[in-house]
Design a protein around this ligand. Structure first.
Ligand code: ADP
Ligand code: MG
Length: 360
């Protein structure tokens, strides 16, 4: 297995730059997820790895081999797209093993690989069916099988689960991880779905408008987002971003004074204003006033199943979202007191929107 390295890679279509000075190293055997909104350059990045798009400037390496001018067919890559196409005149078994037979692999090896993949993807028993006799989800799994049996050192996937219904997507995520563990290729997975990114990736690379924003583990991306864009893109319900004043190292928010830990205070005491970021699960809601708490009123309640989200107005205007267990009995228009968990407050610069703690 080898790594994939982008060095100052740019991709233009005419006058539009779609990938901007990308520097990224994907480790051998790692599951890396490219995450970002539609149009941010994910597929283009993946297609440059596959050799399906020419690189405008910069260098792409596999290990120490420069790949810029190597043909797609010479790159030893397995790839699965959102719109996969199976051979309609072939059975499931033939679709999966066709490439291996063409490569004259030994029959026993072909059988072994195909059986393993069919088992992980719950396709056993369907070997003799034709593509038209399968559901959409089953077809997509056959496409995954066909790619994985190649055992290429690089496995590239472009939104392969987007066409599936929610339940199937949930179970498929687990299966993808099992597929990867079969022989641990370098795995690059494109998605706009943050849950998929968090559950599949060893690391996540977040892209926005052609720029790499941050690359790190799911935990770090969630808890230490590099800027407001990343903070908002990850996490559902979304993080609260509040514009607040600083006074003698305390936060002033709508006539409330919020004391900080010494560590957090040091970060911001020299400023007059910052954006305070706090995730809804770190906003504590109480019926009784406690030290450092702020009075608010519940404007709206959204039920997310696993939790309820309270939209709380402070001083009748600014809104703060708090998540509470589903069985809590808060009522709409009720007065409550909220408190932000000290260690989970994030601070962003007003001008750059970058995480102040990570700029140090
Ligand atoms: P993503 O996969 O993140 O949704 P893409 O990598 O497909 O985004 O596209 C990035 C940007 O490049 C988009 O704005 C898209 O319109 C543009 N683009 C993609 N392919 C072409 C092309 N062949 N010609 C011109 N523009 C393109
Ligand atoms: Mg795409």
């Amino acid at each position: 297995m080898s790594n994939i390295i982008f060095k100052n890679v740019c991709k233009d279509y005419g006058n539009t730059q779609v990938v901007k000075n990308l520097n990224l190293e994907i480790n051998p055997g790692e599951r890396l997820v490219l995450l970002g909104p539609s149009g941010c350059g994910k597929s283009t990045t993946l297609r440059m790895i596959a050799g399906l798009e020419k690189i405008t400037s910069g260098e792409l390496y596999f290990g120490d081999k420069l790949m810029n001018d190597i043909e797609a067919g010479e790159r030893n890559i397995a790839m699965v797209f959102q719109n996969y196409a199976l051979y309609p005149h072939m059975t499931v078994w033939d679709n999966i093993t066709f490439g291996l037979r063409m490569n004259k692999l030994e029959r026993e090896e072909i059988e072994k690989r195909a059986r393993e993949a069919l088992k992980i993807l719950n396709l056993e028993g369907l070997e003799k069916r034709y593509s038209k006799e399968l559901s959409g989800g089953q077809r997509q799994r056959v496409a995954l099988c066909r790619a994985v049996v190649k055992q290429s050192p690089f496995f590239l996937l472009d939104e392969p689960l987007s066409n599936l219904d929610v339940q199937l997507r949930n179970s498929s995520r687990e299966e993808l991880v099992k597929l990867h563990n079969l022989y641990r290729p370098t795995f690059v997975y494109v998605t706009h779905d943050q849950i998929e990114a968090m559950t599949i990736g060893h690391r996540i690379a977040v892209l926005n408008k052609g720029y790499l924003q941050q690359i790190d583990t799911p935990e770090k991306i969630y808890n230490n987002p590099v800027n407001i864009f990343v903070a908002k893109f990850i996490g559902m319900p979304q993080i609260n971003i509040l514009r607040v004043n600083i006074n003698e190292g305390d936060i002033l928010f709508k006539n409330n004074r919020i004391k900080l830990s010494d560590e957090k205070r040091k970060l911001i005491e020299k400023r007059s204003e910052v954006y305070l970021g706090i995730r809804p699960e770190y906003v504590k809601v109480n019926r009784d006033k406690t030290e450092n708490s702020m009075k608010g009123n519940i404007a709206k309640i959204e039920n997310y199943g696993s939790q309820k989200c309270l939209l709380i107005t402070i001083n009748g205007e600014e809104k703060v979202m708090a998540s509470v267990p589903n069985d809590s009995d808060f009522k709409r228009y009720e007065d409550v007191y909220i408190k932000f968990s000290k260690k989970n407050m994030l601070f962003f610069d007003i001008a750059t929107e970058n995480n102040i703690e990570m700029e140090q």
